[in-house]
Design a protein around this ligand. Structure first.
Ligand code: PMV
Length: 319
């Protein structure tokens, strides 16, 4: 029976994706840009040919909703596929705004196509992973990557590409966890609700291209002050847009605000760093490697857990 195991790392967006122009195809309303991060990873084994479809996620049977997303992606790989067994493990908290779906669907796309005997290009894998979870399009690549908005209605030009490799810039992303439990509302539901009810949504979509252009050039020039300005602006605008939804989508907790304030204080003390937040209360801080220890120690005063992550490599087959 053909079996393949793939590993992928999660990515954290510096310019955010929030909102879809096509829900069925998972096509975004804005382009986005991210950093893939190690050592957090998802390891996924796919057995292409089993007695029945089975999903085991972190040692437990997947829920019906999880299984429908996973097996839905496998149907796109081969509509005549056999029954398949999928075993997947995250070595970090699942569904807490730590991008477990980004590494999960990237590892699944690679392991499943390999087990099915298909050889796909990185762009094709990214397009496929996107159908499982938008942010997964970016985790096919290591280092700094951008997910193109694309123009085609079939979505075949909406995939990610690497803008700078893993070793381009010696930075760290410090993840300060204020709540490791599952998020209050999934990003899928949160973005749909925002799009349908927030009066700020058109402004969010309109402002995104400038953020992307500035972030690309800041990354190219390894300019943390410039990148920090764009990162915080993109995160704040995305959250402002959600907070203006009706009713509001509000992921922040008191710890989130404390971490943002701490980053501003560290910056005033001459330490270059900037924060971002996703669909959860946890705060991620980008900092040059040389300053990571000081920033992590400061965040550890209040956060439940602090993890220091570094630029990671692309999704890959390991067995
Ligand atoms: O693709 P999803 O459903 O994991 O949504 C990701 C949404 C954010 O993490 C908030 C932003 C992003 O670009 O990753």
């Amino acid at each position: 029976m053909p079996v393949a195991t793939a590993v992928a790392h999660p990515n954290i967006a510096l310019c955010k994706y929030w909102g879809k122009r096509d829900r069925a195809l998972n096509l975004p309303s804005v382009g986005s840009l991210s950093l893939t991060l190690a050592p957090f990873s998802t390891t996924t084994t796919v057995e292409w040919g089993a007695d029945f479809d089975e999903l085991v996620l972190n040692g437990r049977t997947g829920t019906a909703a999880e299984a429908s997303k996973v097996f839905g992606l496998l149907d796109l790989i081969d509509s005549w596929r056999p029954r398949v067994r999928v075993l997947t493990e995250n070595d970090f908290p699942t569904a807490a705004g730590l991008a477990s779906s980004s590494s999960g669907f990237a590892a699944l796309a690679l392991a499943a196509t390999t087990a099915a005997g298909q050889k796909r290009s990185a762009e094709e894998l990214s397009t496929l992973a996107r159908r499982g979870s938008g942010s997964a399009a970016r985790s096919i690549f290591g280092g700094w990557s951008e997910w193109k908005l694309g123009e085609r209605e079939d979505g075949l030009d909406s995939y990610a590409f690497e803008i700078a490799p893993q070793d381009h810039w010696d930075v760290r992303m410090i993840v300060a966890i204020f709540d490791a439990g599952p998020k209050s509302i999934s990003s899928r539901d949160g973005m749909l609700h925002t799009q349908q009810t927030s009066p700020y949504y058109p402004a969010w979509v309109q402002s995104a291209p400038r953020d992307l252009a500035e972030a690309r050039s800041a990354i190219r020039n390894r300019d943390l002050a410039a990148l920090g300005t764009v990162m915080e602006r993109s995160a704040l605008r995305m959250h402002a847009c959600m907070m203006a939804a009706d009713p509001a989508v509000l992921y922040w907790k008191s710890g989130s605000l404390w971490a943002q304030e701490t980053v501003r204080m560290l910056r005033d003390q001459g330490i270059p760093c900037a924060w971002t937040m996703d669909a959860g209360p946890n705060v991620k801080v980008l900092v040059p490697a040389a300053h990571a220890g000081v920033v992590a120690a400061r965040l550890a005063r209040v956060a439940e857990q602090v993890h220091v992550l570094e630029p990671g490599g692309p999704a890959r087959i390991v067995g």
